[in-house]
Design a protein around this ligand. Structure first.
Ligand code: B1M
Length: 211
């Protein structure tokens, strides 16, 4: 079974098919990153296209996302195995009003793979909850994911709340998500932006002076 079957199983929302496909691909020594990018991330673009075209509705999108997450769960230990001291601490969360978590989880996973200690604060995280998490965890980096144009301004509200709490100078802020751009990041005063999970790792390292 190849990566194409995993791709197809994600689109069909076939969770057992995705799990079997990922296990088989790993046994066949397919690199975990190839499985992730070509088998699990790529089909979500197609799911998004079908949703936009009115061919898929929310339930189809949801079962595809669940199937994809089951595949990611199997890859997690492999992508994250570095066995070294964390290079930095990152808080990751999705902004207030937004329940999308696949991109956030992927970015977190890739950061873990690059040696960061990731504290995931979940989805629908209010500016105040981000502030509390920064106070408690004292990370070097705060990562926010935003997928909805309606709620992405809440990333800006979080930056404001960090400033008001006197915490903005102690933590770098990185944002990302499908509708987010470098221009938006600049506008809200975020320190960094990344288009995808691989670039997020590079950006995180650059922001912390690690590369
Ligand atoms: Co929703 N959804 N969704 N959805 N969904 C989108 C985002 C949408 C673009 C679909 C569309 O219309 N074409 C659209 C938003 C439109 C807009 O705002 N302009 C949309 C909508 C409208 C909605 C609802 C409102 C639908 C409804 O109920 N009527 C609703 C909102 C619920 C809510 O949040 N309050 C909703 C619900 C859902 C599901 C629950 C069904 C499901 C989410 C399941 C889950 O996450 N657990 C879902 C899904 C799956 C999608 C699409 C199809 C796929 C999103 C995804 O996971 N992509 C999406 C269409 C699309 O994006 N093509 C869509 C794969 C993921 C790997 O990519 O998250 O972009 P992404 O992350 C990337 C990069 O953006 C970047 O790296 C990641 C990896 O490369 N990145 C970062 C992300 N975060 C980063 C952080 C960083 C750096 C980089 O630094 C910290």
């Amino acid at each position: 079974m190849g990566v194409e079957q995993i791709y197809k199983a994600v689109i069909e929302g076939n969770m057992p098919g995705v799990e079997a496909g990922v296990k088989q691909a790993l046994e066949d020594k397919t690199p975990a990153e190839t499985i992730l990018k070509e088998g699990l991330i790529a089909p979500m673009d197609e799911v998004g296209r079908r949703f936009e075209a009115g061919e898929y509705y929310v339930p189809e999108m949801l079962i595809a996302a669940r199937a994809m997450k089951a595949g990611i769960a199997l890859l997690r230990p492999i992508l994250a195995e570095t066995g070294v001291e964390p290079v930095g601490k990152v808080i990751m969360g999705t902004v207030s009003g937004d329940l999308h978590d696949i991109g956030k989880n992927l970015v977190g996973l890739m950061l873990e793979g690059a040696g960061f200690l990731v504290v995931d604060v979940g989805t629908d995280v209010s500016p105040q909850a981000f502030v509390e998490a920064v106070k408690k965890e004292q990370p070097q980096l705060l990562g926010m994911s935003a997928l909805l144009t309606t709620t992405m301004p809440n990333a800006g509200e979080t930056v404001k709340a960090l400033k008001e709490a006197g915490l903005k100078d102690s933590v770098k802020v990185m944002i990302g998500g499908a509708p987010v751009t470098q221009g938006f990041a600049d506008q809200i005063g975020a320190d960094g932006f990344a288009e995808d999970a691989a670039r997020a790792v590079r950006q995180a390292k650059a922001l912390l002076g690690l590369s």
